[in-house]
Design a protein around this ligand. Structure first.
Ligand code: 2HA
Ligand code: ZN
Length: 275
C-alpha cells in the first residue's frame, strides 16, 4: 500500500494523464487541484511528512477554505511526469485557519511548490464551493487547443462563446446550460486573473482565458474532465466548420432547437444568450 493507491490520489493522477494524452499539457502547461474530503485526508495522513513545511502566504484569502487540504500539481512540473513521478510532480497542501496561506504536508519533493495558478484555483474553489453548497471539489486548467484558437476570432464575450459552443455540439446546452465565461487576455499566475476568473465562476462552471486556455470546475474528476472534454470537442467542431466553409455556415442548431433540448432534458438555459 502506498499513497498512490488511495482513491483520491489515484483519480488525480489518472486525470493528469488523461489531459496529457489529449495534448492539452505541453511542457509545464496546465494545472489541477482537488479539495479533499475528511475521509481522503484521514486515508492520506499516515503518508504525510513527519514535519510539515513552512506556511506560505498566497495573496488571496477565503474564509470558507480555512483548514482544507488540497491535492495540487507542482509549479513548473509536467503533466506528462505526474504518473511516472508523482512525488516530484504533485503534492498535498494544508490551508491555515486564516484561509490565506498553505503549507506542504506531502509530495512536491526537493523544493517544488504548488502550481503557479494556485491563487486562481484557490479563489475558484472558494466561489464554486459556495455556489454548489459544498459539492464542488475539482478545479482544472488546461491549454485546450481549439478553445484557444477560437479566442483569436470570436468576440471575447460570454454570449458569443456560449452560443458558438452550444450550436457546435448538441450535448453542450445540457452539459453547461448556464453558458461559459470569458476573461480577456491577462498575465497568468497572479491575483488579478484569480479575481477575474472567480467572478465568472460565480455564474459558470467554466471560464475561458483568451489566448491561453480553459478553466473548469466540478464535483469530481469525471465531471470536471468531462466538461473540459465537451467544451474542447465542441470548439474543435466549430473550428473545422469555419475552416471548411470559409466562414459560411449553411445550417446550425437554432435558438428554438436549443430551447427544445433544454425542455426535454429538464435544464434551464441561460436566456440572456438566446435571441
Ligand atoms: O502551469 O498553465 O497558466 C503553467 C500554466 C500557467
Ligand atoms: Zn496555463
Amino acid at each position: 500500500m502506498a499513497i498512490t493507491d488511495i482513491a483520491c490520489v489515484k483519480g488525480f493522477i489518472r486525470m493528469c494523464n488523461d489531459g496529457w494524452l489529449q495534448g492539452w499539457h505541453e511542457r509545464n502547461g496546465g494545472n489541477l487541484t482537488y479539495r479533499m474530503t475528511e475521509e481522503d485526508v484521514a486515508a492520506c495522513r499516515p503518508y504525510f511528512d513527519a514535519t510539515p513545511r513552512e506556511w506560505v502566504k498566497m495573496g488571496v484569502q477565503a474564509d470558507n477554505l480555512a483548514g482544507e487540504y488540497f491535492i495540487t500539481t507542482g509549479s513548473g512540473k509536467y503533466f506528462r511526469n505526474v504518473e511516472p513521478d508523482p512525488i516530484h510532480s504533485m503534492g498535498i497542501v494544508e490551508i491555515n485557519a486564516a484561509g490565506d496561506s498553505w503549507r506542504i504536508v506531502w509530495g512536491l519533493a526537493d523544493g517544488a511548490k504548488p502550481t503557479s495558478e494556485f491563487p486562481s484555483h484557490f479563489m475558484n474553489h472558494s466561489v464554486r464551493k459556495a455556489a454548489t453548497g459544498g459539492a464542488n471539489r475539482v478545479i482544472y486548467h488546461c491549454h485546450a487547443t481549439n478553445v484557444i484558437a477560437l479566442t483569436y476570432i470570436l468576440p471575447l464575450t460570454d454570449r458569443a462563446f456560449s452560443r458558438a459552443l452550444w450550436q457546435s455540439a448538441t450535448e453542450c446546452p445540457v452539459v453547461f446550460p448556464e453558458g461559459v465565461g470569458v476573461c480577456p487576455w491577462m498575465v497568468p499566475g497572479g491575483a488579478d486573473i484569480a479575481m477575474a476568473t472567480s467572478e465568472k465562476m460565480k455564474t459558470y462552471q467554466a471560464a475561458i482565458w483568451a489566448q491561453h486556455g480553459l478553466f473548469v470546475s466540478g464535483p469530481d474528476f469525471d465531471t470536471a474532465f468531462g466538461l473540459a472534454h465537451t467544451i474542447e470537442k465542441s470548439a474543435e467542431i466549430y473550428v473545422k466548420v469555419l475552416s471548411m466553409g470559409g466562414g459560411l455556415i449553411r445550417q446550425t442548431i437554432e435558438d428554438d432547437d436549443l430551447r427544445a433540448i433544454a425542455r426535454d432534458f429538464g435544464v434551464q438555459l441561460n436566456e440572456d444568450f438566446l435571441d
